[in-house]
Design a protein around this ligand. Structure first.
Ligand SMILES: Cc1cc2nc3c(=O)[nH]c(=O)nc-3n(C[C@H](O)[C@H](O)[C@H](O)COP(=O)(O)OP(=O)(O)OC[C@H]3O[C@@H](n4cnc5c(N)ncnc54)[C@H](O)[C@@H]3O)c2cc1C
Length: 511
């Protein structure tokens, strides 16, 4: 018998059509050479023959591709992605899920893995577990996914992971491509003078080849509001049971599993979910991480930031000089006390986000829509700009990480264990990386292909990454402050007029 996870049919005590197909394929493949390309070509022929002979195509592309991986010994040798195999063979990796949803016979809901939160960490955990055939339920407190753009720069490693699970084309279709996100611009306002631009995200000619050589995928820019629905939809199509408006309340774990109490926010009722493992994917203020007492180093809320999202057509100002990030040197702007506001492209060139600092020691400011409109007009540099404010939110800059990531059967990842400012765009990317590390290990342990000790390596491998990225993002913030110091606009006590004059002097002819 092939070493696959139990299929839904088998779980229901019935023979599995998918396993029969996979086993016939495995047996037939013994005569095929081990050269990866020939192997894959041969495999394609066998799959086509099986399909032509009317073999049921309904179940599990994952099972079939795992047969390829078994035959290749090293999965990396199989150069076709799962999505490509699906396309070439006509096999589909999902059905509508209706037949697979069993109504529980008692009030107890059971699953292998319960995931709390559907942000980048939770949604990718769900997607990867479902791809590996592991049963999982994902619950999230709100009625939909992220409602503000937040993360956007999606790095090469994350794109490789998306490639592996067959969602990279969909991500690229919705993303702003690498070529358009290149330069970080420093200017007096979007309409005003450009002081400089720094090629970023691997677009500098001297770095670009490194990026091209490092990976088959380049980085891109996709706001979290667009990325999360892609991940959640693929997770649910592949098997995740998704529950919106369901809030984590508490949990108790024993030797065999975890019993979690959740509150259904629509009905106001509480129920319990029994799982073999519980995943705390509920962000920087994770109640799950707090409940298991993960040790934390560093501090939360070391500075205050405000996000203002707005729509305004700025294409005539920026369409010819594209960038994802515009630092506007402007008296009154105060990101980290540096006299600059950050204008970020969300969608070219009519959806934007401004990050504006505030002094957290003075408490949280009241910001009206008129205040926000004024900030937008100042940074864009057009006093009567037509603008629609679409959101105002406040958030704290953090410098904190967990030194251990799990207790027993409860594992945390993402912002629950690494909390830091957006510099370098590390948060969402690292959250996807955490999930990619943990999901296959959970699958292997649940299938009894590995002992539970394997799960200890999650902490060994990811806790140092948590420390590293928190340090890196905060260091970048401090280093960029040096640039503003060099421009002479951060001296304490500088009046707005003096600051304006200093910025103006950047245009003076140099000797
Ligand atoms: C302005 C800004 C820009 C950023 N830019 C980047 C970038 O360019 N690149 C990058 O990689 N990262 C960036 N980040 C960071 C990124 O947004 C986070 O690192 C990422 O969202 C963390 O993912 P997560 O899944 O751990 O947590 P979150 O995204 O915070 O998700 C938490 C989830 O838990 C749910 N939840 C919370 N409490 C409960 C509860 N009690 N019960 C049930 N569900 C609950 C929420 O509904 C949500 O679904 C940025 C962040 C900000 C603020």
């Amino acid at each position: 018998m092939l070493g696959f996870a139990r299929t839904p049919d088998e779980a229901a005590g019935k023979p599995s059509a998918a396993r029969a197909v996979a086993e016939r394929m495995g047996a037939a493949m013994h005569g095929i050479p081990t050269d990866p390309e020939a192997l894959e070509d041969g495999l394609m022929q066998h799959l086509s023959a099986l399909l032509a002979a009317g073999a049921p195509a309904a179940d599990h592309l994952a099972i079939i591709t795992r047969a390829i991986e078994d035959r290749c010994a090293d999965p990396a040798r199989s150069h076709l992605s799962r999505a490509e195999i699906a396309q070439r063979t006509g096999f589909v990796s999902f059905n509508d899920g209706v037949a697979e949803t069993q109504t529980p016979v008692s009030k107890d809901i059971e699953t292998d893995v319960l995931i709390i939160g559907s942000g980048p960490f939770g949604a990718s955990m769900a997607l990867f577990l479902s791809e590996l055939g592991v049963g999982n339920i994902m619950v999230t407190k709100y009625r939909w996914t992220a409602n503000t753009p937040r993360a956007h720069i999606t790095n090469q490693r994350t794109m490789e992971i998306f490639r592996d699970v067959g969602i990279v084309s969909e991500v690229k279709a919705q993303a702003v491509p690498h070529e358009m996100i290149g330069d970080t611009v420093f200017c007096t306002s979007i309409a005003g003078d450009e002081i400089g631009r720094v090629p970023s995200w691997g677009t500098h000619p001297s770095r670009h080849a490194d990026y091209e050589l490092a990976s088959p995928e380049l980085n891109c820019d996709i706001p979290q509001t667009l990325l999360e629905p892609i991940m959640v939809s693929h997770a649910t199509r592949r098997g995740t049971q998704m529950q919106f408006s369901v809030q984590y309340v508490s949990h108790v774990q024993d030797d065999d599993g975890v019993t979690t109490k959740v509150l259904h926010r629509v009905t106001g009722t509480e129920h319990t979910i029994r799982s073999k493992y519980l995943i705390g994917a509920n962000g920087a203020r994770s109640q799950v991480a707090a409940d298991i007492g993960l040790p934390l180093e560093g501090q939360m809320d070391i500075a205050g930031s405000m996000n203002i999202t707005f729509t305004a057509d700025l294409s005539r100002l920026v369409g010819h000089r594209p960038s994802a990030l515009y630092w506007v040197l402007s008296p009154g702007a105060n990101v980290g006390g540096i006299g600059a506001g950050l204008v970020r492209m969300v969608r070219p060139w009519n959806e934007w986000l401004i990050v504006w600092g505030f002094d957290i020691a003075q408490g949280t400011p009241e910001v009206s829509e008129d205040d926000a409109r004024q900030i937008v007009r100042t940074l864009v540099g057009i006093p009567d700009l037509e603008v629609e404010i679409t959101g105002i939110s406040l958030w704290g800059n953090n410098e904190q990480f967990a030194t251990e990531l799990h207790r027993g059967r409860v594992f945390c990842g993402g912002d629950a264990v690494h909390k830091h400012p957006p510099n370098n765009g590390l948060g969402s990317n690292t959250s996807v990386g955490d999930a990619y590390n943990l999901a296959w290990k959970l699958a292997a342990v649940l299938r009894e292909q590995a002992g539970p000790d394997l799960l200890e390596t999650y902490d060994d491998e990811r806790a140092p990454v948590a420390r590293q990225i928190v340090t890196r993002a905060n260091q970048s913030g401090r280093e960029s402050a040096q640039l503003f110091e060099a421009l002479g606009i951060t001296e304490p006590g500088l009046s707005e007029e003096q600051m304006r004059a200093r910025i103006e002097s950047r245009k003076d002819a140099t000797p």
